[in-house]
Write a protein that binds this ligand. Structure first.
Ligand SMILES: Cc1ncc(COP(=O)(O)O)c(C=O)c1O
Length: 410
């Protein structure tokens, strides 16, 4: 794939920030949108805007057809068996909350164990804390090894016959490691537990097959994969979704409403109360078309090449610590780092002065940072439109930052 050519599709990248060309390296937080996705959003609002599943007029039929076509695109993209298993949500956070609430209500009881890991995003911690508190369940954590991998020996100890739910990130948003979900799912299933996957950092960057992984639930966000904000997906196996109650109630999700009770529509609509994010779903479908055209394998390979190029250069900078695995082949395009003696917010601010956008903070993973014994880090994260030149600019800007703080001037 040709990242230089793909860049042309992203109008936002062609601007100066602080008189320097923008180098956008905050893709783990959110990705930029190609003009194809922006055109889909515009086209929807200019030509087809109507509510779905309600009207018989032409615009309503078009909107409904495109909304459901987007669901089919998602199904195909993640290799789900049927569209009934694809629920549109606001994003990963909502998806994980729905599983904790709805599956938790139906199946979790006092004394059950919920097993997560020390490398989870807050979205994959707090819903389980809440569920554990409400049900009197026990929340357990799988260790992370010294070199930044999920400790599979510890996983075998933590997951027991008392375990009801195992919920793990497919890719860490700080350490940049890919976790062995297939192996974890097999382990969970051998103890009659379900496997929930936080796929926020995986689906945008590599091919994902929910059936091959044997995930019971799989959550991800549209905005991290060239789609708009406010739209995401919860995949769930039909056998579970059918036994679960909706989390929200109201219009769109009902079959019959009587004075004292109501019945629900069939899957997937029983979970989608109220007017959904129609434009968002259709634009997510367009983002999927865009990624499919490039090929997820190619995107994965491109990011691997960028990391193989930039990681040794970062590691060679005196006083710079990279968190997570040190070998490039074990690292996705997420690279968290610190510079000795400098606060990551100062580093990120100085990099911004050079036009380089990186994240600084706890990355919504405070337990992991406590575990790593740091309060915050800087984080550069790459995507399909980043180039070797972007990687070089990052390294140059870090060197300039070091000089600036040493001598008080760039
Ligand atoms: C691993 C991981 N999980 C969950 C989330 C939450 O995603 P969202 O804010 O789109 O719901 C993120 C976002 O940063 C993430 O990186």
């Amino acid at each position: 794939m040709n990242a230089e050519k793909l860049r042309q599709d992203f109008p936002i990248l062609f601007q100066e920030v602080n008189d320097e060309p923008l180098i956008y390296l905050d893709n783990a937080a959110t990705t930029q949108k190609p003009k194809q996705v922006l055109a889909t959003l515009n086209h929807y609002y200019e030509m087809n805007n109507a509510n779905v599943h309600r009207g018989v007029h032409t615009l309503a039929e078009r909107a409904t057809k495109d909304y459901e076509a987007a669901r089919e695109k998602v199904r195909d993209f993640i290799h789900a068996k049927e569209t009934a298993e694809v629920l549109f949500t606001r994003g990963t956070t909502t998806s994980l909350n729905w599983v904790a609430k709805s599956f938790g209500d139906a199946f979790v009881k006092a004394g059950d164990e919920i097993v997560i890991s020390h490398m989870e995003h807050h979205s994959n911690i707090i819903p389980w804390q809440q569920l554990a508190q409400q049900k009197g369940a026990v929340l357990k954590y799988i260790r992370v090894t010294e070199d930044g991998f999920l400790d599979m020996e510890d996983a075998k100890k933590q997951i027991t016959d008392q375990t009801a739910i195992v919920s793990i990130a497919h890719v860490s948003n700080v350490l940049g490691v890919i976790n062995p979900i297939e192996e974890l799912a097999a382990l969970a299933h051998s103890h009659q537990a379900i496997m929930v996957v936080d796929g926020a950092q995986a689906v945008p960057h590599m091919p994902v097959d929910v059936q091959a992984l044997d995930a019971d639930f799989y959550a991800f966000s549209g905005h991290k994969m060239c789609g708009p904000t406010g739209i995401g997906v919860l995949y769930g196996k039909r056998e579970w979704l059918e036994q679960m109650e909706p989390v929200e109630f109201g219009g769109e999700m009902i079959d019959f409403v009587h004075l004292q009770e109501s019945t629900w529509k069939e899957l997937p609509w029983k979970f989608e109360a109220g007017t959904p994010n129609i434009a968002g779903a259709i634009a997510l479908g367009s983002a999927i078309d865009y990624l499919n055209e490039i090929g997820l394998e190619n995107i994965h390979q491109h990011e691997a090449e960028l990391v193989a190029y930039v990681l040794p250069k970062l590691q060679a900078i005196d006083g710079l610590t990279v968190y997570g695995p040190q070998a490039a082949e074990s690292h996705t395009g997420v690279i968290a780092f610190n510079l000795d003696g400098l606060h990551p917010h100062d580093v990120a601010t100085a990099l911004d002065m050079e036009g380089v956008a990186v994240r600084a903070g706890h990355h919504c993973a405070q337990p992991l940072l406590n575990y790593l014994k740091v309060s915050s880090t800087a984080r550069a994260s790459f995507y399909l439109y980043n180039t070797i030149a972007d990687a070089d600019r990052l390294v140059e800007a870090i060197l300039a930052t070091k000089e600036f703080f040493k001598h008080g001037a760039i």
